[in-house]
Design a protein around this ligand. Structure first.
Ligand SMILES: [Zn+2]
Length: 315
């Protein structure tokens, strides 16, 4: 089926979409850089995005082994992190939180590395696993049946039973990861931020500790790895891929009825598959896939996306 194009003045279709959200109890969201532009973080593919500034080739893994581009990558990514640290939350981030608080959010999947989802209050720790949403919903509903509509929407379950609420598909800018031992560490200590801003790779403290202990014991020193941002570059394998796949499989079994895609051109391979898998399950239940973006989806999304809302997502 062809995609229904919804413009800001199309009140009829906008009301239908709003009613979908109202009636749904299982919404999956997929977001991209478009939801963070109002927070002051440049997106990637739009006319004034990061790529238009000549940064496109900086996000491929080959950058790490290229002595010419590597300093540009470290400098650019450190500047991006500094912007992210001061970024404010947008209405879209708060909207996703409101879906969580209303017990409607199955999961938020984001391609963003700014981690603003964590700032708004969504858990992003994959080690928490998928959680146990069905128990959460039963308790939520039963409280409404008793007529307690004004009570706070916090579930009575322990926090860790919610599992990870936002899956970061491409990692995040908060930490650095060792290219040798894969341990992670914070970016703020030991002058690491000044080093990366200057285009340099800081040494890994875990590798250094092991090597120093060996030499103190009279043994041969071992290699000390260098630190890189804990993000997933375009042609890299995500170290968390298995955990993310397990959570996506779990969410497909939850039989969501709405998929809301916001601020992404759906260009990366992994997210294309994710969206198609969810759309298949959602359409089996007569649910809908809503795409909110200023850029038109490609024709090959016919039959996957039901509505294209051509509008600023924060509005
Ligand atoms: Zn290391």
């Amino acid at each position: 089926m062809a995609i229904t194009h919804v413009r800001p003045d199309d009140r009829l279709h906008l009301q239908s979409i709003a009613s979908l959200f109202g009636a749904s109890s299982k919404i999956v969201t997929v977001t991209g850089t478009g939801i963070s532009t109002k927070a002051g973080i440049p997106d990637f593919r739009s006319k004034n995005g990061f790529y238009s500034l000549g940064h496109r080739r900086l996000f491929y893994s080959s950058v790490l082994s290229d002595p010419e581009r590597r300093p540009l990558f470290y400098n650019g990514i450190t500047k991006m992190r500094q912007v992210v640290k001061c970024a404010s939350l947008t209405r879209t981030h708060r909207f996703i939180l409101s879906l969580r608080d209303a017990g409607k959010l199955v999961r938020d999947y984001t391609q963003n590395i700014d981690c603003l989802e964590e700032k708004v209050g969504l858990s992003t720790d994959l080690r928490k696993g998928p959680g146990s949403r069905s128990r959460f919903c039963r308790k939520y509903r039963s409280r409404h049946i008793r007529g307690q509509h004004q009570v706070d929407h916090e579930p009575r379950l322990q926090e860790n039973n919610r599992g990870v609420e936002c899956v970061l598909l491409h990692g995040f800018l908060r930490r650095l990861r060792c290219s040798n031992c894969f341990s992670t560490c914070c970016w703020n200590k030991d002058g690491r931020e000044a080093k990366t801003l200057a285009g340099q790779e800081p040494p890994c403290p875990s590798c250094a500790e092991i090597s120093e202990a060996r030499t103190a014991a009279g043994k041969r020193a071992t290699a000390i790895g260098t630190l890189r941002p804990d993000i997933v570059l375009y042609d890299e394998q995500d170290p968390w891929a298995d955990s993310i796949s397990a959570i996506a499989r779990h969410d497909l079994l939850q039989r969501p009825d709405v998929l809301l895609i916001i601020g992404t051109s759906l260009a990366t391979h992994g997210v294309k598959h994710l969206v198609k898998d969810f759309a298949k399950i959602i359409h089996k239940r007569a649910g809908k896939v809503v795409f909110v973006n200023l850029t038109e989806p490609a024709r090959n999304w016919d039959g996957v996306i039901d509505y294209w809302v051509e509008w600023d997502c924060d509005v």
